[in-house]
Design a protein. Structure first.
Length: 410
């Protein structure tokens, strides 16, 4: 079976979470991903928060293993003449070039889009700086956490009159990563029709800002800023998170219609609430929402969260259990859809990771290889793809232009 992106080679200089998310998803769809690191500066996502006393700790971080499957890994010191020449040779034989640095990094390496097109006129170049490749902030540094705040996401997720609340996961990074997949697919489609590559300028702040688009447009049209809602909703009541039986167990209930409200009352065993003048219409429920929330939580707090979710869903009430990572790994529905699958790496053994989440009926994606060790494919990339003789490869490794052991971490 031929995968959708079979025959597409992606030269991946990205690090962290955003760019590698784009490239591993392209890899799932069949693209050949060549990840470039150096032993002087490994992908920082490998080592963040790791214990340097652990053996090969740079291979064991869960977050790194999560977004680097289906990739070859080559190490090259791009500050050396040999490394600079070889990365240009790779550009010549690649279809897509991906990086997520601030604009000054590619300028320093001489790998801006105009310079790439001199090497490969049909190259597709995806640049993912936090704040874009133009504008006053183009050289500002950004990571998921501060971009999440700057884009307005954290303002939107805060409680009324409370401090801004982050997602806890640097949400701006994967948002940009998923947008990157869409952008590359469109550019590949365009090139197949026209033969021409193009430059893609994808900023994290714009990708994340789209998620609060209705608030931005409302501010423009009505000249007002809506208050923060937390778990509440201005037009849906009840709408919130409710405690369940057990430690740190919760469900979310979001009632949007009169039919859902009446169904909720029946599940609670209190059908009379539906006709109670305080709660009989949306405005009344909104006015008395604190009293209503207490009534609901008195019922949910005596039940298991999965039980609550199942009873509500069977009755037609939108409800979901708040899941921990452990819940997801063990959930039978999740298991049935291969949401989590097992991979094997010699450095970490067997571990769980996400499966291919886009279920294409004719050309389903595949996980063909586990995340690579540092420089695992040096011989293949340098020797077979670029034609570097083995003696020269040995000399380069002795000179620390390539290698397998990171420098300066121990």
């Amino acid at each position: 079976m031929k995968l959708p992106l079979a025959g597409i080679r992606v030269l991946d200089l990205s690090q962290g979470w955003a760019g590698p998310t784009t490239t591993y998803l392209l890899g799932d769809l069949g693209a050949e991903i060549v990840k470039v690191e150096s032993i002087q500066r490994v992908d920082w996502w490998r080592i963040m928060g790791q214990n340097p006393e652990d053996p090969k700790f740079w291979e064991r971080r869960g977050a790194w293993n999560n977004v680097n499957r289906n990739k070859y890994d080559v190490t090259l010191d791009l500050t050396t003449p040999e490394g600079a020449a070889l990365i240009r040779d790779m550009v010549r034989i690649s279809d897509v070039f991906v990086e997520n640095f601030s604009v000054r990094v590619m300028r320093r390496f001489g790998l801006t889009y105009p310079e790439l097109t001199k090497l490969n006129p049909s190259i597709i170049a995806l640049s993912m700086p936090a704040f874009g490749s133009t504008g006053p902030w183009q050289e500002y540094l950004g990571f998921g956490t501060n971009v999440e705040q700057t884009s307005g996401l954290s303002w939107q997720t805060s409680y009324e009159d409370g401090y801004p609340l982050g997602s806890g996961v640097g949400l701006a990074d994967p948002i940009a990563g998923y947008n990157g997949v869409l952008a590359v697919l469109l550019a590949v489609y365009h090139r197949r029709r026209t033969g021409r590559g193009q430059f893609i300028d994808l900023s994290h702040i714009e990708a994340s800002g789209r998620l609060i688009g209705e608030k931005l447009v409302d501010a423009s049209i009505n000249h007002k800023v809506r208050p923060q809602w937390g778990n509440d909703h201005p037009s849906q009541t009840p709408h919130g998170v409710y405690r369940c039986q057990g430690e740190d167990a919760w469900v979310v209930i979001a009632v949007g219609t009169q039919e859902e409200w009446e169904a909720l009352c029946r599940v609670l065993g209190m059908p009379e609430l539906a006709s109670d003048p305080r709660f009989s219409d949306p405005l009344g429920r909104r006015k008395h929402r604190e009293e209503l929330d207490r009534c609901i939580e008195e019922w949910t707090s005596r039940r298991d969260k999965r039980e609550v979710m199942e009873q509500m869903q069977k009755a037609g009430v939108p409800c979901g259990a708040v899941s921990s990572p452990k819940d997801l790994v063990e959930d039978p529905h999740i298991q049935a859809r291969d949401f989590m699958v097992s991979l094997e790496r010699k450095e970490v053994g067997t571990f769980k990771t996400f499966g291919v989440h886009v279920h294409l009926s004719k050309t389903p994606g595949t996980i063909r290889r586990p995340p690579p060790s540092l420089g695992e494919h040096n011989e293949f990339i340098l020797g077979e793809l670029l034609g570097v003789p083995s003696e020269e490869q040995q000399r380069m490794e002795a000179a620390q232009i390539t290698g397998h052991q990171p420098l300066g971490l121990l």
